[in-house]
Design a protein around this ligand. Structure first.
Ligand SMILES: C[S@@+](CC[C@H](N)C(=O)[O-])C[C@H]1O[C@@H](n2cnc3c(N)ncnc32)[C@H](O)[C@@H]1O
Length: 246
């Protein structure tokens, strides 16, 4: 999906000063390569998301992709979801939405799609939704805001709708964390990231990407109101959950 994307070299050289990770211009320009090389089974998670959403997306309703970045999820959902269903992509990074706009026009989608800049900690503009996706986004939002955001998503959804949440997660048992993270870094090495790139990115993400345990995510979804909650994907420290509003 990232045919004209540049290679991710954001952390390739030794940086004199490491700032907190941001979805700025530099990251937006290489994001598709970065996410494909940094997230195991990224394509498969996206494919599963698009097939699950199809089961819920209803004609007179909207499908939202919260934290849509460059629009990969919407491009795949476009192939599975009835063309009358409108999509709304939301992100708080103008730079990411700029890339998203470019990519959507390159893929020439014949569907009404609205892109909105919004910070989900301030405003969750979800209404009349039959499906909402949030792929690798909630982990970047400070924990204090998470339950409130998921509650607002639940409130903005129609009965019978589904919310898909994909997150990096911590292990339930502390003793497995280290080995699972080691296997994750091995995955990154297989994708040609150097030790320096891995360690600089880890440091930049330290206070920015804050994973919950899978059980904490499941409890949060139930506390927000979702009546049926199911795990559909798991790879070491990554998990995909579908939650239904009955
Ligand atoms: C890892 S990317 C998401 C990847 C994308 N969903 C995909 O499937 O390829 C995280 C995205 O969440 C956005 N984001 C982070 N915090 C946000 C917030 N408070 N409100 C809205 N978007 C946010 C970032 O700008 C970034 O584009």
């Amino acid at each position: 999906m990232g045919e004209t994307q540049n290679n991710d070299e954001v952390f390739r050289e030794k940086l004199d000063q490491l700032n907190d990770f941001e979805f700025n211009d530099k990251v937006a320009g290489v994001f598709d390569d970065m996410v494909n090389r940094s997230v195991p089974y990224y394509d498969e998670m996206q494919r599963m998301t698009s097939e699950l959403v199809k089961d819920f997306a209803g004609k007179d309703s909207l499908v939202y992709d919260l934290g849509c970045s460059t629009g990969t999820t919407m491009i795949l959902m476009d192939k599975t979801v009835d063309p009358d269903v409108k999509f709304v992509g939301i992100d708080d990074s103008e730079q990411m939405l700029g890339k998203c706009r470019e990519k959507l026009s390159r893929f020439n989608l014949h569907r009404e799609i609205t892109l909105k800049v919004a910070d989900l900690t301030q405003n969750v503009p979800v209404e009349n939704a039959s499906a909402v996706t949030m792929v690798l986004v909630l982990q970047f939002i400070r924990p204090i805001h998470r339950l409130d955001i998921v509650r607002k998503i639940y409130e903005g959804m129609n009965r019978g709708g589904a919310f898909i949440l994909i997150e990096k997660v911590l292990t339930e048992e502390k003793s497995f964390n280290r080995s699972f993270i080691d296997y994750y870094y091995k995955f990154k090495r297989r994708n040609n990231y150097s030790e320096l790139e891995i360690s600089q990115k880890r440091e930049a993400l330290e206070n920015v990407l804050i994973p919950y345990k899978l059980s904490e995510n499941l409890n949060m979804l139930k506390d927000a109101g979702f009546e049926e909650v199911e795990v559909f994907f798991k790879w070491y420290n990554f998990a995909g959950i579908i939650a239904k509003k009955i």
